[in-house]
Write a protein that binds this ligand. Structure first.
Ligand code: UD1
Length: 429
């Protein structure tokens, strides 16, 4: 298994190109199931999760091809994928594949809407919490589907097609919003999704669906109104920039010191993260094509932050912020309100010398203790990148094991950081 070695203490200076958002690319690929025509997606990040989802979709009969670069296209601008679901040959998403990536469960919506049937493995447990699927199943039932669970599979059918309904989510769920929004595009009549997720990735998918002929309004608000149509058609869409990757590199620069311009991104996608960084004493300035982040000598100040659905502080940046706050002068409080067990990085950060105490959903980070390199283990995607951030600031060598988690969500991480002066390398086993 590959490992990453980082020798800390180098400042970061230069430019880091931000990739397309993983959390938009995955549902956009799934949206390709909704039409017989070709959906062309550009700025798709080359990630293990994208490759795995492509295999899962291949199982349903979807052809995914990588298109060549077009003249004038910037190097590193992401891949262009053509998704062609002319025939769906199989409506089963098997356990072997769905259990590896939770988002693949979302095929349930498009399969049911287009084929009237779907058999999708339950995604199972996950390192960061129980992550149930009740919101998906209740939503599908509200759209008129018959849903039962047998031998670990959700078996859903809607022989006469789905029918529009008012669905009020008791809790904000990104995945349930994506899945029910996609299903409702082909339902008969109008669907209202109330208390829907407003994450920019949901907006990106909604805009793509409208290019495909869907009729979705209220985009970007907690109430999505979807007027069902007979069929969707092909379209071209560019995946929006990855706000979590942007926030992650911003925190890496804040931790290591230096000045880096993050390009190909939009500061407006991460106002809450920028606000926290500025409170901590980091300089963040929006640019035409992204943002400039710098910290030159100034001490980091502790912060008090709670994660919450967009536009509030994202749970996907919580671990990275915790790594950063180990360097602040004083105690920070970080509350995790989305997932009940998303503190797996705490013990690993402690191996580097961090002082963090946990009380229920709140971590108190006793900042200012010096970090020193150690062997650590990545436990999930965002936790593993928090160890990279800590390693950049620690004295000596940090070895991060199980880096396949990083490969699921961060494109060219080592080369992006080493181009800015980090001493980082992948050790292949
Ligand atoms: C998505 C993101 C993930 C991010 C998360 C929260 C992708 C591919 N993944 O995950 O990176 O951390 O949003 O921003 O986009 N819940 C229920 N019942 C359900 C569904 C969810 O109780 O049926 C709960 C979950 O357990 C969790 C909360 O709702 O506590 C939010 O989860 P959700 O927004 O659904 O996360 P994902 O869509 O899986």
């Amino acid at each position: 298994m590959d490992r990453i070695r980082i020798t800390g203490g180098r400042r970061l200076n230069g430019r880091i190109p931000i990739s397309g958002a993983k959390n938009a690319a995955l549902p956009l690929l799934i949206a390709g199931l909704l039409t017989r025509d070709t959906l062309t997606l550009s700025n798709v990040p080359d990630l293990a999760d994208v490759r795995l989802l492509s295999r899962i979709l291949g199982n349903h009969g979807v052809d995914i091809t990588i298109a060549g670069k077009r003249a004038g296209q910037k190097a590193g601008a992401g891949q262009t994928l053509r998704i062609d679901a002319a025939e769906i040959v199989d409506t089963t998403a098997p356990y072997e594949l769905v259990s590896k990536m939770r988002a693949s469960f979302w095929v349930l919506g498009p399969l049911l809407a287009r084929c009237g049937a779907a058999r999708v493995s339950l995604p199972g447990g996950c390192a960061i919490g129980t992550r149930p699927v009740d919101l998906f199943l209740n939503g599908m039932k509200a759209l008129g589907a018959e849903v039962e669970i047998d031998a670990g599979y959700v078996i859903a059918s809607a022989k006469g097609g789905l029918k529009g309904a008012n669905i009020s989510f008791p809790k904000v769920s990104v995945g349930a919003t994506h899945t029910l929004m996609m299903a409702a595009t082909l339902a008969e009549g109008q669907t209202r999704l109330i208390n829907a997720a407003c994450e920019p990735e949901v907006t990106d998918v909604a805009e793509c669906l409208n290019k495909m002929g869907a009729k979705i309004s209220g985009i970007g608000t907690p109430e999505l109104i979807i007027d069902g149509v007979e069929a969707l058609h092909g379209a071209r869409h560019t995946v929006l920039p990855d706000r979590i990757e942007t926030g992650t590199y911003a925190m890496a620069v804040a931790a290591a010191g230096g000045e880096v311009t993050l390009t190909g991104t939009r500061a407006s996608l991460l106002d809450s993260v920028i606000e926290v960084l500025q409170r901590a004493g980091v300089t963040v300035e929006p640019t035409n094509d992204g943002m400039r982040v710098s910290r030159n000598g100034a001490a980091l100040k502790p912060v008090k932050v709670s994660t919450a659905p967009y536009p509030k502080f994202p749970t996907d940046c919580q671990a990275q912020l915790m790594a950063l706050m180990t360097l602040a002068e004083g105690d920070s409080q970080i509350q995790e309100t989305i997932f009940e067990n998303r503190f797996m990085h705490v013990q690993e950060l402690a191996r580097l010398g961090a002082g963090i105490t946990l009380d229920g959903d709140t971590a108190t980070v006793h900042g200012g203790r010096p970090l020193t390199g150690a062997q650590v283990m990545a436990t999930d995607l965002r936790a593993s990148v928090s160890l990279v951030i800590a390693g950049l600031a620690a004295e000596g060598d940090t070895i991060i094991n199980r880096v396949y988690h990083l490969d699921r969500g961060f494109e060219n991480l080592e080369s992006k950081l080493s181009a800015c002066g980090a001493d980082i390398e992948r050790l292949s086993s």
